[in-house]
Design a protein around this ligand. Sequence first.
Ligand code: TYD
Length: 249
Amino acid sequence: MKRSKKGLLIVFEGIDGTGKSTQMSLLATALRQQGFEVLETREPTMGRFGQQIRALYNNRNGVTPEQELELFLADRREHVHNLLMPALMEGKIVLCDRYFLSTAAYQGCLGDTGRSSTIPGSSDTQPSLAFGHSSTIPGSIDTQPCLAYRYTPEEIIEKNSFAPAPDLALLFYLSPQIGIQRITTGRGDILNDFEHEAALVRVAEIFDSLNLPYIHRIDASGSIESVSQSVLKAVRPLLLPLDRPKETS
Ligand code: TYD
């Protein structure tokens, strides 16, 4: 996996509802106050593939698991090429809300539960209850059954070898039930097709099982302020060797 030559890539990972986006924005503010040049970005992006992914939020059934994985990879390829690598080469600190560990967890669990091998509309179609996928796209040319989908989280990470490994992956952990409560009661949002409890429980298990040198786990159950302190503590050692292009006020 390619490493960034300069700059710093810090990614924010975890199940939905952990508050990672809030933490990313707090970290960005703190780093800018210290004089660093910071780029905040996220995946899925707002680019052409990201838009296609967002269209799936309320109907994940519209694509096969393979196609869903390909969309996330295509979105990331574009993101890495157009934004992440150039910013890293300019020496910026890049903060990215979700990256390939999300793909490992969210698309890594598509191979292990509730598969359907039948064509939607036939009498014995049983779409996956947990993940909202059935096997084929009605009317599409690709009507292969998706039983062949067996990518493990490790294989998915391997498929991301085009993307620079993060210098730090902050992996926010929280019980999926509390995450869901925060989304529904706290934010008043409706759960999208990626956020149902059975799926999130499995996604959280995969996140828990990941073991890579750049992962730093953060307990997301505390207050915004206490979690933010944990984030700063994890990031601080990486800042020492960096140049600060702007004067600190
Ligand atoms: P989310 O962080 O909620 O983005 P936004 O707030 O912009 O909608 O991410 C949207 C969903 O996409 C989330 O439920 C996880 C899912 N996802 C994947 O399944 N695979 C991936 O590779 C990424 C980046 C996200």
